[in-house]
Design a protein around this ligand. Structure first.
Ligand code: SAM
Length: 235
């Protein structure tokens, strides 16, 4: 099996326990990172009527947050879609959000028209996309001119120090054990720290976004660099 197919298969296997594991392993703090990012994007993007596509949507966590923040800021979501290649993750998403349009597809081959979307989001997903540059150009292709791309991701550790060491200890020792107990699939939770190590640093990722034609509007590091938010605009 190819690397990308193995990753998708792994998400199929952990899908039933994914939400529970996520909340426990992040102590629920990921919700505040997601809320912050969605609110920021809706403030950057001026039109009141917006279409949103959440790629690597998993069990659909970003969908509820987009809806909540749009309501708060009096924005009208004209269309919101979730896209993910994992059947298992989409099954849970559809149970949670029966009225939302979910599509089974990969980020590197989006079944969407050119320049048809106002906002594309991807949370903790881009790390799993093997053909990342192809996916970035797909996001660029489907976004309207001036459209916004927001990414939440765990970026590679850049600095040393106590907090960074603590984060690495948690990711490499505690998380796989706890994740393994909750999901009964320890190797899936060993994949997480390894995939972070293999991913880019903040600067490297910003360069890839720029090379693709995106202008960086905002960057934020959450919880001492545990998670990062990038907001970019299609020029
Ligand atoms: C860590 S989960 C994140 C799910 C959700 N966005 C969240 O924030 O909870 C990563 C997701 O990426 C999806 N994924 C893996 N490879 C992908 C690809 N090539 N294109 C799009 N999504 C992919 C997986 O199926 C999985 O649902």
């Amino acid at each position: 099996m190819q690397k990308q197919d193995k990753i998708i298969e792994m998400f199929n296997e952990i899908a039933p326990s994914y939400d529970k594991a996520n909340r426990i392993l992040s102590f629920g703090v990921d919700i505040s990172w997601r809320k912050y990012a969605c609110k920021k994007v809706l403030k950057y993007y001026k039109p009141d009527f917006i279409s949103i596509v959440d790629v690597a949507c998993g069990t659909g966590d970003m969908i509820a947050i987009w809806q909540e923040k749009a309501r708060m800021l009096s924005k009208n979501i004209t269309s919101i879609k979730g896209i993910d290649p994992s059947e298992g993750m989409l099954e849970i998403a559809k149970q949670k959000f029966p009225n939302i349009d979910f599509i089974q597809a990969k980020a590197q081959n989006l079944p969407l028209e050119n320049q048809s979307v106002d906002i594309v989001s991807i949370s903790y997903g881009i790390r799993n996309v093997v053909e990342r540059k192809q996916a970035l150009s797909e996001f660029f292709r489907v976004l309207k001119k001036g459209g916004i791309f927001v990414i939440l991701e765990f970026t590679k550790r850049e600095k040393g120090g106590f907090i960074a060491t603590l984060r690495d200890f948690y990711l490499k020792n505690i998380l796989p054990t706890l994740g393994g107990i909750i999901s009964k699939n320890k190797s899936a939770y060993e994949y997480l720290p390894n995939s972070i190590d293999e991913f880019l640093s903040k600067e490297e990722f910003i360069k890839e976004l720029n090379d693709c034609g995106f202008e960086i509007l905002d960057f934020k590091s959450f919880s001492f660099g545990v998670s990062s938010m990038f907001i970019a605009r299609k020029l």
